[in-house]
Design a protein around this ligand. Structure first.
Ligand SMILES: [Zn+2]
Length: 191
């Protein structure tokens, strides 16, 4: 009997395995029995995210205009600039949210993909734990966007104008595809 039932990876609903292409009766997500498909999707989304992470760090994140003079800075330059101005807390939050969190998430997802591809059945409990960590830290990446928004509204008064540079678009794309990558990761493949 158990072979005739299949679990939806998205909403956990139990569906009847009709043999051909199955659509979840509750959330209408297509359930692929081919585990390779889900893994390839996760890999493709993650690759896109890692590619977007490069321009997100090279191109200007902040464009600061003071007395008509514009100064562009990328994420790292911005962090150094904020740190030198004495805002250690904000500098640390931005460093954590825009550099550490994405890199940690990339490493964890790469580890999950590789260990699933190699089909290591041994420690699927720790793999579930790692996947849970990626889900918890995911939203923290978005802090960066909020910090830019807060800085822009705070500093506006002192004849200084702060606007988000082209790196913010790349950064948003990176966050979006990292989330897609984690979402498309079929936890059944870990078992
Ligand atoms: Zn479902």
């Amino acid at each position: 009997m158990s072979s005739k039932l299949i679990r939806c990876p998205k909403c956990e609903a139990v569906n009847i395995d009709t043999g051909d292409e199955i659509e979840c009766r509750r959330c209408h997500k297509k359930i692929y029995k081919n585990k390779q498909y889900s893994l390839n999707l996760t890999t493709a989304y993650l690759t896109t995210a890692i590619i977007a992470f490069i321009p997100a760090n090279i191109y200007p994140m902040l464009i600061v205009t003071q007395f008509g003079v514009s100064q562009e800075s990328n994420i790292i330059e911005g962090i150094i600039h904020i740190y030198e101005n004495g805002s250690y807390g904000i500098a640390l939050i931005i460093l954590f949210a825009s550099v550490f969190v994405p890199i940690i998430k990339f490493i964890l997802l790469i580890y999950l993909i590789i260990s699933t591809k190699l089909n290591s059945h041994k420690d699927h409990h720790s793999k579930h734990r790692i996947f849970y960590i990626t889900e918890i830290i995911g939203p923290w990446s978005m802090i960066d966007v909020f910090v830019v928004a807060i800085l822009a509204s705070l500093v506006h008064i002192d004849n200084i104008e702060i606007i988000a540079g082209s790196a913010s678009t790349a950064f948003a794309i990176m966050v979006f595809f990292t989330l897609l990558s984690a979402l498309s990761f079929d936890t059944r493949t870990m078992d």
